[in-house]
Design a protein around this ligand. Sequence first.
Ligand code: PEP
Length: 255
Amino acid sequence: KKTTLPIIIGNWKLNGTKNKLNSFFKFIKDKSLKIKKNLTILALPNIYLNYAQELVSKLNINCKISAQNIDIHKQGPYTGETSVNMLSDINIKYTIIGHAERRYYHSENNDIIAKKFILSKQKGIIPILCLGENQLEKDCGKTEEIILSQLNAIASIDKQNKTIFNNSIIAYEPIWSIGSKKSADPDLIQQLHTFIKNYVIKFQNFNIDNFYIIYGGSVNEENVNEFLNKKNVDGCLIGNASLNKKIFNNILVKS
Ligand code: PEP
Protein backbone atom coordinates (compact mmCIF):
# COMPACT_ATOMS: atom_id res chain seq x y z
CA LYS A 1 0.00 0.00 0.00
CA LYS A 2 1.27 3.43 -0.92
CA THR A 3 1.98 5.82 1.89
CA THR A 4 2.08 8.99 -0.20
CA LEU A 5 -0.93 10.59 -1.84
CA PRO A 6 -0.90 10.90 -5.60
CA ILE A 7 0.28 14.08 -7.24
CA ILE A 8 -2.07 15.04 -10.07
CA ILE A 9 -0.80 17.78 -12.34
CA GLY A 10 -2.86 19.29 -15.13
CA ASN A 11 -0.96 21.05 -17.91
CA TRP A 12 -3.10 23.44 -19.93
CA LYS A 13 -0.25 24.31 -22.30
CA LEU A 14 -1.28 27.22 -24.58
CA ASN A 15 -4.96 27.02 -23.70
CA GLY A 16 -7.41 28.75 -21.40
CA THR A 17 -9.27 31.96 -20.68
CA LYS A 18 -10.33 33.65 -17.44
CA ASN A 19 -13.85 32.34 -18.08
CA LYS A 20 -12.60 28.80 -18.49
CA LEU A 21 -10.63 29.06 -15.24
CA ASN A 22 -13.70 30.37 -13.40
CA SER A 23 -15.93 27.54 -14.53
CA PHE A 24 -13.17 24.92 -14.08
CA PHE A 25 -12.48 25.80 -10.45
CA LYS A 26 -16.11 26.35 -9.58
CA PHE A 27 -16.97 22.92 -10.96
CA ILE A 28 -14.14 21.26 -9.07
CA LYS A 29 -15.07 22.99 -5.84
CA ASP A 30 -18.72 21.96 -6.15
CA LYS A 31 -18.11 18.40 -7.28
CA SER A 32 -14.95 17.09 -5.78
CA LEU A 33 -14.70 17.02 -2.01
CA LYS A 34 -11.97 14.45 -2.38
CA ILE A 35 -9.67 16.95 -4.03
CA LYS A 36 -8.23 17.55 -0.59
CA LYS A 37 -6.74 14.06 -0.67
CA ASN A 38 -4.35 14.67 -3.54
CA LEU A 39 -1.68 17.18 -4.22
CA THR A 40 -3.32 18.83 -7.20
CA ILE A 41 -1.40 21.26 -9.38
CA LEU A 42 -2.51 23.16 -12.47
CA ALA A 43 0.18 24.46 -14.84
CA LEU A 44 -0.97 27.54 -16.72
CA PRO A 45 0.27 30.11 -19.20
CA ASN A 46 2.12 32.87 -17.32
CA ILE A 47 -0.52 35.46 -18.06
CA TYR A 48 -3.06 33.54 -15.95
CA LEU A 49 -0.85 32.58 -13.00
CA ASN A 50 -1.75 35.48 -10.77
CA TYR A 51 -5.44 35.34 -11.66
CA ALA A 52 -5.63 31.59 -10.95
CA GLN A 53 -3.65 31.95 -7.74
CA GLU A 54 -6.15 34.52 -6.45
CA LEU A 55 -9.08 32.44 -7.66
CA VAL A 56 -8.08 29.27 -5.79
CA SER A 57 -7.44 31.28 -2.68
CA LYS A 58 -10.83 33.04 -2.95
CA LEU A 59 -12.67 29.76 -3.56
CA ASN A 60 -10.57 28.00 -0.92
CA ILE A 61 -9.56 25.22 -3.27
CA ASN A 62 -6.63 23.00 -2.45
CA CYS A 63 -4.93 23.29 -5.82
CA LYS A 64 -1.47 24.69 -6.42
CA ILE A 65 -0.69 26.78 -9.46
CA SER A 66 2.41 26.10 -11.55
CA ALA A 67 4.23 27.84 -14.38
CA GLN A 68 5.11 25.87 -17.51
CA ASN A 69 8.59 27.27 -18.06
CA ILE A 70 11.12 29.82 -16.80
CA ASP A 71 13.95 31.71 -18.44
CA ILE A 72 17.60 30.85 -17.77
CA HIS A 73 18.13 34.44 -16.57
CA LYS A 74 16.83 36.05 -13.41
CA GLN A 75 16.39 39.51 -14.94
CA GLY A 76 17.70 41.79 -17.68
CA PRO A 77 17.37 42.43 -21.41
CA TYR A 78 15.50 39.24 -22.35
CA THR A 79 12.29 40.42 -23.97
CA GLY A 80 9.28 38.19 -23.57
CA GLU A 81 10.67 35.99 -20.80
CA THR A 82 9.61 35.28 -17.22
CA SER A 83 12.06 34.61 -14.40
CA VAL A 84 12.03 32.54 -11.23
CA ASN A 85 12.28 35.79 -9.28
CA MET A 86 8.99 36.91 -10.81
CA LEU A 87 7.27 33.61 -10.07
CA SER A 88 8.48 33.83 -6.52
CA ASP A 89 7.26 37.45 -6.33
CA ILE A 90 3.69 36.30 -7.02
CA ASN A 91 4.03 33.24 -4.75
CA ILE A 92 4.14 30.55 -7.41
CA LYS A 93 5.81 27.47 -5.93
CA TYR A 94 6.07 25.14 -8.95
CA THR A 95 7.26 25.22 -12.52
CA ILE A 96 7.46 22.63 -15.28
CA ILE A 97 10.97 22.41 -16.73
CA GLY A 98 12.02 20.72 -19.97
CA HIS A 99 8.64 19.71 -21.29
CA ALA A 100 8.99 17.82 -24.60
CA GLU A 101 7.28 20.70 -26.39
CA ARG A 102 9.90 23.14 -25.03
CA ARG A 103 12.67 20.78 -26.09
CA TYR A 104 11.16 20.41 -29.57
CA TYR A 105 9.70 23.82 -30.48
CA HIS A 106 12.19 25.94 -28.53
CA SER A 107 15.33 23.85 -28.96
CA GLU A 108 15.88 23.44 -25.24
CA ASN A 109 18.67 20.95 -24.65
CA ASN A 110 19.72 19.11 -21.50
CA ASP A 111 22.17 21.88 -20.51
CA ILE A 112 19.57 24.65 -20.72
CA ILE A 113 17.12 22.51 -18.81
CA ALA A 114 19.69 21.74 -16.11
CA LYS A 115 20.32 25.50 -15.69
CA LYS A 116 16.60 26.11 -15.31
CA PHE A 117 16.32 23.25 -12.83
CA ILE A 118 19.01 24.65 -10.57
CA LEU A 119 17.67 28.22 -10.85
CA SER A 120 14.25 27.15 -9.67
CA LYS A 121 15.75 25.09 -6.83
CA GLN A 122 17.81 28.08 -5.69
CA LYS A 123 14.66 30.19 -5.52
CA GLY A 124 12.70 27.54 -3.62
CA ILE A 125 10.43 26.78 -6.55
CA ILE A 126 9.77 23.07 -7.04
CA PRO A 127 10.77 22.00 -10.55
CA ILE A 128 8.62 19.45 -12.37
CA LEU A 129 11.31 18.06 -14.66
CA CYS A 130 10.00 16.30 -17.76
CA LEU A 131 12.10 13.66 -19.44
CA GLY A 132 11.65 10.65 -21.70
CA GLU A 133 12.50 9.14 -25.05
CA ASN A 134 11.03 9.71 -28.51
CA GLN A 135 9.65 7.02 -30.83
CA LEU A 136 12.91 6.44 -32.69
CA GLU A 137 14.91 6.18 -29.48
CA LYS A 138 12.36 3.72 -28.14
CA ASP A 139 12.50 1.63 -31.32
CA CYS A 140 16.30 1.52 -31.10
CA GLY A 141 16.11 0.29 -27.49
CA LYS A 142 17.70 3.48 -26.19
CA THR A 143 15.09 4.48 -23.59
CA GLU A 144 17.30 3.98 -20.52
CA GLU A 145 20.29 5.58 -22.22
CA ILE A 146 18.24 8.71 -23.00
CA ILE A 147 16.82 8.95 -19.50
CA LEU A 148 20.32 8.51 -18.12
CA SER A 149 21.70 11.38 -20.20
CA GLN A 150 18.82 13.60 -19.10
CA LEU A 151 19.44 12.75 -15.42
CA ASN A 152 23.22 13.12 -15.78
CA ALA A 153 22.78 16.67 -17.09
CA ILE A 154 21.06 17.63 -13.82
CA ALA A 155 23.42 15.65 -11.59
CA SER A 156 26.51 17.24 -13.14
CA ILE A 157 25.46 20.91 -13.14
CA ASP A 158 26.67 21.45 -9.59
CA LYS A 159 29.05 18.67 -8.65
CA GLN A 160 29.11 19.69 -4.98
CA ASN A 161 25.37 19.40 -4.62
CA LYS A 162 24.62 15.80 -3.78
CA THR A 163 21.00 16.40 -2.89
CA ILE A 164 20.02 18.26 -6.04
CA PHE A 165 17.03 16.01 -6.75
CA ASN A 166 15.45 16.62 -3.33
CA ASN A 167 12.40 18.90 -3.40
CA SER A 168 11.68 18.11 -7.01
CA ILE A 169 9.28 16.14 -9.15
CA ILE A 170 10.38 14.16 -12.18
CA ALA A 171 7.74 13.46 -14.81
CA TYR A 172 8.59 10.50 -17.01
CA GLU A 173 6.88 11.43 -20.26
CA PRO A 174 7.71 9.29 -23.28
CA ILE A 175 7.42 11.75 -26.17
CA TRP A 176 5.60 9.28 -28.41
CA SER A 177 2.79 9.03 -25.89
CA ILE A 178 2.17 12.77 -25.40
CA GLY A 179 -1.13 13.72 -27.02
CA SER A 180 -1.11 10.49 -29.04
CA LYS A 181 -3.78 8.52 -27.11
CA LYS A 182 -1.12 5.79 -26.73
CA SER A 183 -0.03 5.57 -23.13
CA ALA A 184 2.98 3.55 -22.08
CA ASP A 185 2.60 0.08 -20.61
CA PRO A 186 2.13 0.35 -16.82
CA ASP A 187 4.71 -2.39 -16.12
CA LEU A 188 7.27 -0.62 -18.28
CA ILE A 189 6.49 2.65 -16.50
CA GLN A 190 7.10 0.97 -13.15
CA GLN A 191 10.40 -0.40 -14.43
CA LEU A 192 11.57 3.00 -15.70
CA HIS A 193 10.43 4.85 -12.57
CA THR A 194 12.40 2.33 -10.52
CA PHE A 195 15.38 2.94 -12.79
CA ILE A 196 15.10 6.71 -12.16
CA LYS A 197 14.63 6.25 -8.43
CA ASN A 198 17.63 3.93 -8.16
CA TYR A 199 19.74 6.46 -10.04
CA VAL A 200 18.79 9.19 -7.57
CA ILE A 201 19.25 6.91 -4.54
CA LYS A 202 22.75 6.00 -5.73
CA PHE A 203 23.71 9.56 -6.70
CA GLN A 204 22.49 10.98 -3.39
CA ASN A 205 23.72 8.09 -1.30
CA PHE A 206 20.20 7.38 0.05
CA ASN A 207 19.71 11.03 1.04
CA ILE A 208 16.28 11.31 -0.56
CA ASP A 209 13.69 13.76 0.65
CA ASN A 210 10.58 15.19 -0.99
CA PHE A 211 11.38 13.58 -4.33
CA TYR A 212 8.62 12.17 -6.53
CA ILE A 213 8.32 10.50 -9.93
CA ILE A 214 5.10 10.85 -11.89
CA TYR A 215 4.02 9.54 -15.28
CA GLY A 216 2.66 11.57 -18.20
CA GLY A 217 1.43 10.60 -21.65
CA SER A 218 -2.21 10.14 -22.68
CA VAL A 219 -3.49 9.68 -19.13
CA ASN A 220 -7.28 9.82 -18.84
CA GLU A 221 -10.05 8.93 -16.39
CA GLU A 222 -10.15 5.33 -17.63
CA ASN A 223 -6.48 4.49 -17.31
CA VAL A 224 -5.22 6.75 -14.48
CA ASN A 225 -5.43 4.07 -11.82
CA GLU A 226 -3.48 1.54 -13.87
CA PHE A 227 -0.52 3.89 -13.44
CA LEU A 228 -1.19 5.07 -9.90
CA ASN A 229 -1.39 1.49 -8.65
CA LYS A 230 2.17 0.81 -9.74
CA LYS A 231 5.14 0.96 -7.42
CA ASN A 232 7.24 4.12 -7.71
CA VAL A 233 4.50 5.95 -9.59
CA ASP A 234 3.72 8.91 -7.34
CA GLY A 235 1.23 10.61 -9.62
CA CYS A 236 0.40 11.66 -13.15
CA LEU A 237 0.94 14.66 -15.41
CA ILE A 238 -2.08 15.23 -17.58
CA GLY A 239 -2.32 17.35 -20.72
CA ASN A 240 -5.41 16.96 -22.87
CA ALA A 241 -7.64 15.43 -20.22
CA SER A 242 -6.98 18.32 -17.84
CA LEU A 243 -8.70 20.76 -20.20
CA ASN A 244 -12.08 19.19 -19.60
CA LYS A 245 -13.37 20.03 -16.12
CA LYS A 246 -15.58 16.93 -15.88
CA ILE A 247 -12.82 14.57 -16.93
CA PHE A 248 -10.23 16.22 -14.72
CA ASN A 249 -12.64 16.14 -11.81
CA ASN A 250 -13.24 12.43 -12.37
CA ILE A 251 -9.51 11.84 -12.38
CA LEU A 252 -9.22 13.64 -9.04
CA VAL A 253 -12.10 11.67 -7.54
CA LYS A 254 -10.70 8.35 -8.74
CA SER A 255 -7.08 8.85 -7.83
C1 PEP B 1 1.80 16.52 -21.52
O1 PEP B 1 1.82 17.33 -22.44
O2 PEP B 1 2.53 16.67 -20.56
C2 PEP B 1 0.91 15.37 -21.63
C3 PEP B 1 1.11 14.36 -20.85
O3 PEP B 1 -0.09 15.45 -22.58
P1 PEP B 1 -1.29 14.41 -22.83
O4 PEP B 1 -1.86 14.03 -21.49
O5 PEP B 1 -2.25 15.14 -23.68
O6 PEP B 1 -0.67 13.21 -23.51
